[in-house]
Design a protein around this ligand. Sequence first.
Ligand code: SAM
Ligand code: SF4
Length: 450
Amino acid sequence: MIDNGLIEKILEAAADVSAAAVDDIIAKAGGFGGLTLEEVAALLVAASAEQKARILQVAGQVKERIYGNRIVLFAPLYISDYCVNNCAYCGFRQECKRPRFKLSQEELRAEVKVLERMGHKRLALEAGEDPENCPLDYVLECIDTVYSLKFGSGDIRRVNVNVAAMDVGGYKRLKDAAIGTYVLFQETYHRPTYENSHKSGPKADYGYHLTAFDRAMEAGIEDVGAGVLFGLYDHKFEVLALMMHNQHLEQRFGVGFHTVSVPRIRAGGGAAKYPHAVNDEDFLQLMAVLRLAMPFVGMIVSTREEPEMRKQLVQAGISQMSAGSVTSVGGYSGGTTGDEQFKLADHRAAGEIIYWLMEEGILPSFCTACYRSGRSGTQFMNLAKGGDIKNVCIPNGLLTLKEYALDYGDARFKQLADKLIEKNINKLENKKWIKSKLVALKNGERDVFV
Ligand code: SAM
Ligand code: SF4
């Protein structure tokens, strides 16, 4: 499904696209109809400095028109750092000789307790690959435990899962465990680079990794989350390949990626230097172009990025971000603290990030409604494509922020949240409904959503 020759041809031809044609492509992208591979290449290769600024601006507008001014928040939860693979960039790779950890159910409780106290409602469950020490049964047990734990007002309502590629039978079991999105990063779509960076273990099989979403969708998982580890290979190639992968799923299953993550390589476990490291300017541009190319996809940035970069990414089309993250097993509660998978760049507590978003006039959202209301896969995309998704995103953002303020906010937080909620209510059609639900929350009702 990834045609290297075609990608290279398209990138070469893009250098000859005129400035006027690039302007036309930017204008077309503003109508959120998506872009062809050739148009994406032109925006990556031929845009002038002025056009690059415009691309960021239009990407921000497209995100706002589709999802409104909300950013959905989540946190990763590492359950095991045992790994039989040797991904050259990763601190968990097998050849790193050091003690390994996997959470007992008791230790998992302690982690979830901290995450719930941070106000999180949505987690990304992460694990290395090790069939013996971290079998699927164990992953499923952890998911069940996470969903069952309610400390005080805490309630994890959506568990996205980022674990190794598996067979259809495995994905069926994951689906039955009521996961949210199944996330798997291709790392690089460039086969020679992939093979060079993944020398041993099951993940070394490029084809098996690349076809993981096909098997997940065959098993009935409708929401899949893709990503490239930027820095391994030429980012322009990766962006086009990511689009080809998405087109393949759209053609085969009627729906493509639910989310796209844009991790950039960080120092981790003695990781080597990367000749394709993406600088800040190119990184912003590639993220914005992805937003224009796939306007309806959830675009995710993690705490791998510095606060200032996260701010710029939010303005240019990001719609979800992690907050208060830890990338070691047991790191939230300090129980069995393993080594970090990689170094983070945004060390702010979740509460600080939520304050910061509100001060920027952005709505922090703890929404987990879509999957639980049956809005997944094609249903979700149809709503998004019809321009209606913000009519659920904004009310749900407001309701979950109110819930957070009531349960975790101090007086200053409550005041700031109420001001932001008031301002946003004015933009809604059904003001009466949302006002009644805000009163219901104040009276003790919880988990209210559209
Ligand atoms: N072990 C599974 C896998 O590799 O697919 C799933 C989870 S792994 C914990 C999550 C992701 O972390 C990997 O897909 C990889 O892209 C990312 N990662 C690993 N090392 C990294 C580094 N040094 N910098 C940034 N991201 C890294
Ligand atoms: Fe293992 Fe995933 Fe790290 Fe690779 S990226 S070494 S599979 S944890």
